[in-house]
Design a protein around this ligand. Structure first.
Ligand code: OAD
Length: 311
């Protein structure tokens, strides 16, 4: 089986995808352009979540689309950082703020970065873990967990390294990018569940000394249990995710920018297998041309409202 490593969409491909859809900038979406063009896939907009929108743009979800969701027996859900944004978890790029403002993801999320400065990278992940301890699942996580109870054939795939889906009650979550905790040994891969972390970890300055714990078996350095750029995704999780993307009646894609591969190819795989793809995101993304339905709004607002309509 080919080993698929985590990587960003190449800048040239990203610009091409943006140009195809009339997107501008990072998350830039030119509303005027889109509506002039009559973007027929946008079926609903939560106006209070989209900057510069007024109520007149609110569109009702079409009954035939709702029927599609109501009748789907096997739903696959793919979530990204936007899913946890309303819980207060910064998206991967937002996380480079405050004390860590001057560091790029590439400086923190690669095996090379860890080997060069293990204590520095460890501290950054500890600050994220500490922050997560204080946060709670949002209404979107809860709506998905409740929907799964009624639809046991639902498969939930997440790129998020937090445990908010589980804390909301979801089961069998496929963590394709690993998790913050448990951590593992860099050398032998032994897994360790860390106890809750201290307050100091969150506020530690990047240059403050901190010792990285070591493996009790081989004395190797412990590292976060996440998949870093350039690393292979866990094979079993990736296999299940790919199967779930094509073997379903409908795919819901929530809060992902579609820039990190190989997971960003799952909506395209579903689309090629004639599976309707619904995208829920307050912003446009390079995945939009694979969607049959676009809902412009946030996870915590759209998911409860959507499931309410089809229950
Ligand atoms: P990104 O940070 O690239 O994208 C977040 C997406 O969420 C953007 O498209 C936003 O428009 C959208 N968004 C923001 N707020 C939202 C909300 N409240 N509701 C719904 N959507 C919202 O995150 P990912 O696409 O998940 O890996 O990035 C993939 C991977 O990149 C992550 O798993 C991360 C990083 O490498 C790790 O941390 C291991």
């Amino acid at each position: 089986m080919a080993v698929l490593r985590k990587r960003y969409l190449a800048p040239a491909q990203y610009r091409q995808a943006q140009a195809r859809q009339g997107l501008h900038g990072e998350n830039g979406f030119d509303w005027g352009w889109s509506f002039r063009r009559g973007h027929s896939k946008i079926i609903a907009v939560h106006t209070n979540t989209v900057r510069g929108m007024s109520g007149s743009f609110l569109r009702e979800i079409r009954p035939e689309a709702l029927r599609q969701l109501r009748q789907a027996r096997k739903v696959t859900v793919l979530t990204g950082a936007g899913m946890s944004a309303e819980s207060g978890v910064p998206t991967f790029r937002d996380a480079q703020k405050g004390l860590w403002a001057n560091y790029r993801p590439e400086d923190l999320a690669t095996p090379a970065a860890f080997l060069a400065r293990p204590d520095f990278v460890w501290r950054w992940y500890e600050s994220r873990r500490r922050q997560l301890q204080r946060l709670q699942p949002n209404a979107g996580h809860q709506a998905l967990a409740a929907w799964q109870l009624k639809n046991p054939k639902m498969t939930l795939i997440t790129q998020n390294v937090d445990d908010l889906h589980e804390r909301a009650g979801s089961t069998g979550v496929i963590h394709v990018h690993g998790t913050l905790n448990p951590v593992k040994c860099f050398d032998c891969g032994a897994s360790y569940q860390l106890p809750p972390c201290s307050d100091e970890a969150e506020n530690a300055a990047p240059d403050q000394e901190a010792e990285v714990p070591r493996c009790s078996r081989c004395k190797g350095l412990l590292r976060p249990g996440v998949v870093w750029f350039g690393e292979a995704l866990p094979a079993a999780a990736l296999h299940k995710a790919e199967q779930a993307a094509t073997d379903c009646d409908l795919m819901l894609v929530v809060g992902t920018s579609g820039q990190v591969y190989p997971i960003a190819s799952l909506p395209g795989m579903a689309h090629s297998a004639q599976v309707p793809v619904w995208i829920i995101n307050p912003n446009a993304s390079v995945l939009d041309d694979q969607a049959s339905v676009l809902v412009r709004g946030t996870a915590a607002q759209v998911l409860p409202a959507l499931f309410d309509r089809v229950s």
